[in-house]
Design a protein around this ligand. Structure first.
Ligand SMILES: *Cc1c(COP(=O)(O)O)cnc(C)c1O
Length: 255
């Protein structure tokens, strides 16, 4: 859990970066221990779970410190913030994940730095991402974001494709130049039958992943679990956990 609250707004002195580095190192060690313990409990190998640190709302300096501490995967959820940060950090050996709701008018920018987009949820976005990736000469890994609180046809508030529509969307990604179908992603629902039951939600995601892999064996990424529910996600087979506040501290303003 996020057992450490931070206030680093006032201190811009010489010791700040060292203090922040020590703080991030301690938080990372705790998260690493949690992941390791969850893997042991689940009978899984530690290397089967990748830690993706969600750096949204945090400065590029934090990203640099994290890279120095061995972090290799970072995630962002807003292009306006992510694009300059990724550019500032272009010298670092990092894989960039985009995990936020994505509007088609941001796709050209995202395609410049994102190695993976976890929030692919509609055909129009697939088309836009494909064109942008081709223009940039890149191949972007796409995860289908599954809305477990969404019945087919109903509008999902936080984005995501209804489970019934996954197969069709998968075919579109698989056929799109510049894109690679990489797997599935979800956020534990706040409403609907899975509200307050992240473990059950992640088990359902695992079933959806298995069905997808039957047709697309290489689409084996399962992105699930955040600071509050990484144990449930690892138990249910997540291959990528997206951890923000447990590493970086509680974000000012919930986002
Ligand atoms: C912010 C965010 C996270 C990380 O959340 P924490 O609770 O801070 O670990 C993970 N996934 C997505 C999609 C997010 O937007």
């Amino acid at each position: 859990m996020t057992d450490r609250r931070t206030d680093h707004g006032a201190d811009h002195g010489a010791g700040h970066s060292a203090d922040r580095g020590a703080e991030l190192a301690a938080n990372l060690a705790r998260v690493e221990e949690r992941i390791t313990r969850a893997c042991v409990t689940a009978g899984r190998a530690r290397e089967d779970v990748t830690l993706v640190v969600v750096t949204k709302t945090r400065p590029a300096d934090d990203v640099r410190l994290l890279a120095g501490l061995g972090v290799r995967h970072v995630a962002e959820n807003r292009d306006q913030e992510a694009a300059p940060k990724a550019e500032t950090c272009a010298d670092l050996p990092l894989t960039w994940h985009f995990v936020g709701q994505l509007q088609t008018n941001k796709v050209r920018s995202v395609a410049r730095y994102a190695d993976f987009v976890h929030s692919v949820d509609r055909p129009r976005l697939v088309g836009a991402l494909s064109s942008a990736a081709e223009r940039e000469g890149r191949r972007i890994g796409c995860l289908l974001q599954i809305a477990l609180d969404r019945e087919a046809g109903a509008a999902g508030g936080r984005g995501g494709v209804a489970p019934e529509e996954v197969g069709e969307l998968a075919e579109e990604v698989a056929a799109a130049p510049g894109l690679r179908l990489a797997g599935v992603m979800t956020v534990a629902p706040l409403s609907g039958p899975y509200a307050g039951r992240p473990g059950a939600a992640f088990e359902r995601l695992g079933e959806i992943s298995a069905a997808l892999r039957a047709n697309h064996p290489a689409a084996d990424m399962v992105s699930a679990g955040m600071s509050g529910d990484l144990e449930e996600a690892v138990a249910a087979g997540a291959t990528h956990v997206r951890i923000g506040s447990a590493v970086l501290g509680v974000r000012p303003g919930l986002r």
